[in-house]
Design a protein around this ligand. Sequence first.
Ligand code: HEM
Length: 78
Amino acid sequence: DLGAERYAKLCKSCHGADGSNAAMSKPLKGLPAEDVKTALLGYKEQTYGGKKKAMMERVAKSLSDEDIEALATHIGAF
Ligand code: HEM
């Protein structure tokens, strides 16, 4: 589906296939979908994040609302 496709293409390299890579940030695995959505919208609007937020702002600015919904659902199910 769209979430799996976007995740594999845009996110996996940093966060790991199942979101368990903790080297870039805390693991995405275990985050509720609603929190993923809040974070992605915030990175896109540049109103959210920590010291490494520039890395996420770069990818989030290319995400549509549909991409964000699909990614949140996909990651929320890890
Ligand atoms: C943080 C998702 C791509 C590196 C986050 C967070 C989310 C997320 C939800 C926030 C976690 C929290 O609550 O703290 C995604 C998604 C991606 C993606 C859905 C693909 C669309 C990437 C890529 C990189 C990356 C490609 C590396 C170039 C990071 C880093 C943080 C982070 C360094 C911490 C940023 C900070 O300091 O605020 N990511 N990510 N992510 N991600 Fe990604």
